[in-house]
Structure formats: structure tokens, C-alpha cells
Write a new protein. Structure first.
Length: 94
């Protein structure tokens, strides 16, 4: 299995644009990929990218917003793999 570097690079560019929306990105993934495992991989990449953009200087508001967006991703994961999605959602609440 080889690592896909194209999606993270394209995602980063889209995230830098004004008006980037998690819901739109999730919809894009469902339209672009048919393989559920590929969609899961891309959703996890999206989630990781959100947290990588946080830093020491991030405000509490920014951290809360990332957590909300992360929940949207975990709900999308739950639609594909209910057990995995539930696991992420439960552990995020701890």
C-alpha cells in the first residue's frame, strides 16, 4: 500500500482559501471516491489536518471550533463504519 500525498496537498490548498467548509469537503470525498476505505482514509487525513493547524497560540475558541468540525468528520465516519465512528465520538467526549 502506498501513501497518497496528492490529497493532503490539495486539501491544504483548499483549507487556505476563504470560505473552506468541512461539510463541502466531506461531500467532495463521497463524490470523488467510491471505495469506503479510501473515504475513511481521506476523512482521517482531514481530521489530522485540522488538528495540525492548531498551535500553542490557538485560542480556546479555535480549539472548540476544531473539535466541532472533528465531530462532523466522526459522524461521517460512523455512516461508513458505525463501530469506528462510535469509538471516535466516545473517546472525543472524554
Amino acid at each position: 500500500m502506498e501513501f497518497d500525498t496528492v490529497y493532503p496537498e490539495q486539501l491544504h490548498k483548499r483549507m487556505l482559501k476563504v470560505g473552506f467548509d468541512i461539510d463541502s469537503e466531506i461531500d467532495l470525498l463521497h463524490r470523488k471516491y467510491k471505495d469506503p476505505n479510501k473515504i475513511l482514509d481521506k476523512l482521517l487525513c482531514l481530521d489530522a489536518q485540522l488538528y495540525m493547524n492548531l498551535g500553542r497560540s490557538s485560542t480556546k475558541t479555535e480549539r472548540v471550533e476544531v473539535k466541532k468540525e472533528s465531530r462532523k468528520i466522526y459522524r461521517a465516519i460512523k455512516k461508513i463504519d458505525p463501530k469506528l465512528g462510535d469509538l471516535f465520538l466516545v473517546h472525543q467526549d472524554k
